[in-house]
Design a protein around this ligand. Structure first.
Ligand SMILES: N[C@@H](CCC(=O)N[C@@H](CS)C(=O)NCC(=O)O)C(=O)O
Length: 209
């Protein structure tokens, strides 16, 4: 049985969404956010204190994009993945990582300095990184300019889950006013997917942004 440690709408949502897209059974362990402040016992399970944390037999993983890649490679390589020999394999890997490293990281500074630690007086940092996020997001708008439905064309893949989570976080942080038209329509398509909706419904709505 796969076990996923998760906080509502945190990066672990990528793993939860992938589990629903694939149709796998899983055990969901909900934690308060951030667990390192509110659930010290969790450090014995994941010494990093971060989520996601996924266990699958002897396999343990703590990187959300890697978990999406792992689950798809193991359970739905043809339906949701891209084969190594496929001409789009490089693009697939790039979007998987772009979603986390380029589109999610800057938003964590916005989250930290506007929601978690507003008294630090670092609102300027939050504004700089909100702008940084919107500039990097233009890469998604450019990719969609040829009318494609998903990042790799007409096939939905794990790359869309990785980037899609960054768009969900942006919406929660009210950064979606900076979505350009094609990105906005792409977000609407992602948010209408049955597996996305099922994953949202599987988590308690306890987290305030
Ligand atoms: N690169 C990692 C980042 C994991 C991470 O930092 N998760 C955040 C939640 S979205 C977290 O656990 N924050 C709580 C903390 O830093 O204590 C991933 O993609 O999973």
């Amino acid at each position: 049985m796969i076990t996923l440690y998760h906080c509502t709408d945190a990066r672990s949502f990528r793993a939860l969404w992938a589990l629903h897209e694939i149709g796998l059974d899983y055990d969901l362990k909900m934690l308060p956010f951030p667990p390192r402040w509110h659930d010290k016992a969790y450090l014995a399970i994941n010494p990093l204190g971060t989520i996601p944390f996924l266990t699958d037999g002897d396999t343990v993983m703590s990187e959300s994009a890697a978990i999406v890649e792992y689950l798809i490679a193991r359970h739905a390589p043809e339906r949701l993945g891209v084969a190594v020999a496929d001409a789009q394999y490089g693009a697939y890997c790039n979007w998987l990582h772009f979603g986390e490293a380029t589109l999610t990281f800057p938003q964590t500074l916005v989250l930290r300095y506007t929601r978690l630690e507003p008294d630090r007086g670092l609102d300027g940092v939050a504004q700089d990184y909100a702008r940084w996020f919107h500039v990097r997001l233009r890469h998604v708008e450019r990719a969609l300019a040829d009318g494609r439905a998903w990042l790799l064309g007409e096939r939905f893949t794990g790359a869309d889950i990785s980037v899609g989570y960054a768009l969900l976080l942006a919406r929660n942080l009210k950064l979606d006013d900076g979505f350009e038209p094609l990105t906005s329509a792409y977000w609407q398509r992602l948010a209408a997917r049955p597996a996305y909706l099922a994953a949202r419904a599987a988590q308690p709505k306890t987290r305030e942004f």
